[in-house]
Design a protein around this ligand. Structure first.
Ligand code: IPM
Ligand code: MG
Length: 383
């Protein structure tokens, strides 16, 4: 075939205008919720609203079982090539005893790092119909709509030096390093300012500048950047206070920006305000390249729930809503994303609940039945 030149026209056509999405069902409840989510994706394909080629690959424990590592170079390569990646979840007690470097979670951290997705968007939205499912009083959470922007590639998660060493006296010492540079702070803070600008124009920047130098730098640099966003009201808050305020009066927040570790913790806390981790999606975004392409990785906030894996009772809505985020942020299809979000709310209003969000007197439906209910509502709404 040497010497055969591809006609640029043909090249364009073979690549087509179809988007490529890499699906990673992962571990635990992952395959089940992926199946239910695909019902929704298929509906969008069949109705002609999307033109996406889906490929599936292994990540986490599933990859470890087959390849002896939680992610292979080939999978990372495919993730980087794709227009977007959608993960279900990884991990499980089955892999608790294997070496730290090959644990399922290492695969997740490696794919985030490899794709360069530094800004992790974690919305916590309380749908009115679910306010009763919150562990907090409905009047505290009603109408809540918070966006946590978590720095995803720096801080103590990746800082060097790290490790466990044995001292001459035989004592062991574990070391991790919290470290941030100005550019790492700026790029994530900019994402947060931009989001705030499109929302209620309020940003809380979170650190512990009272204890940590990296927090002092964080506060100074976010303040400097704030000069470019005079329309956004900027507040600084210590992370411990922020945890307290999220429970006491969560509606004071619009956008919160935090480092990797504080963002991890605060987003779990915020995720519980709507009542179930099973409802919340996330998007992790990288920088735009010169062609306007942006690495994007979508995943529910919840884990792999090994205790209920295989039972067909897990809530697929966080993954379905992660798919909606993908349509919104990667494919510029806000209408389709809105349609999914409305369909999900209507299904919940109609009393269709998986076990995690069922209230007294409501019988719980299966994972697949929840997927089917969303599809049925999409057809009713969207024709
Ligand atoms: C998350 C998870 C991960 C993290 C784990 C599974 C490595 O808790 O996405 O919040 O700490 O980032
Ligand atoms: Mg977490």
């Amino acid at each position: 075939m040497a010497g055969l030149k591809k006609n640029p026209e043909t090249k364009h056509m073979t690549r087509s205008n179809k988007k490529n999405v890499l699906l990673l069902p992962g571990d635990g409840i992952g395959p089940e919720i992926t199946h239910a989510s695909r019902m929704v994706m298929d509906w969008f394909e069949k109705s002609g609203r999307t033109a996406i080629d889906y490929a599936e690959d292994l990540l986490g424990g599933a990859s470890y079982e087959k390849h002896g590592k939680p992610i292979t170079d080939a999978t990372l390569g495919r993730a980087k090539e794709a227009d977007a990646v959608l993960l279900a979840c990884v991990g499980g007690p089955k892999w608790d005893k294997i070496p730290f470097e090959v644990r399922p979670e290492r695969g997740l951290l490696a794919i985030r790092k490899g794709m360069g997705v530094f800004a992790n968007l974690r919305p916590a939205v309380v749908f009115d119909v679910l306010a009763g499912a919150s562990p907090l009083k409905p009047e505290i959470v009603q109408g809540l709509d918070v966006m946590i922007v978590r720095e995803l590639l720096g801080g103590v998660y990746f800082g060097e030096p790290r490790g466990i060493e044995t001292l001459p006296n035989g004592e062991r010492r574990g070391i991790n390093t919290q470290v941030y540079t100005t550019s790492e702070i700026h790029r994530v803070a900019r994402v947060a300012f931009e989001l705030a600008r499109k929302r209620k124009k309020k940003l809380h920047s979170v650190e512990k500048a009272n204890v940590m130098e990296s927090g002092v730098l964080w506060r100074e640099e976010v303040t400097k950047l704030g000069a470019e966003y005079p329309d956004v009201e900027l507040h600084h808050m210590y992370a411990d206070n922020c945890a307290m305020q999220l429970v006491r009066y969560p509606r004071q927040f619009d956008v919160i920006v935090a480092d990797n570790l504080f963002g991890d913790i605060l987003s779990d806390l915020a995720a519980m305000l709507p009542g179930s981790l099973g409802m919340l999606p996330s998007a992790s975004l990288g920088a735009k390249d010169s062609m306007g392409r942006q690495a994007a990785f979508y995943e529910p906030i919840h884990g792999s729930a090994p205790d209920i894996a295989g039972k067909g009772i897990a809530n697929p809505l966080a993954m379905i809503l992660s798919y909606a985020m993908m349509l919104r942020y990667s494919f510029d299809q806000a209408d389709s994303a809105d349609l999914i979000e409305t369909a999900v709310q209507n299904v919940l209003k109609a009393g269709v609940r998986t076990a995690d969000i069922a209230e007294k007197g409501q019988s719980a439906v299966s994972t697949e039945a929840m997927g089917a209910a969303v599809v049925k509502e999409l057809s009713r709404l969207g024709g």
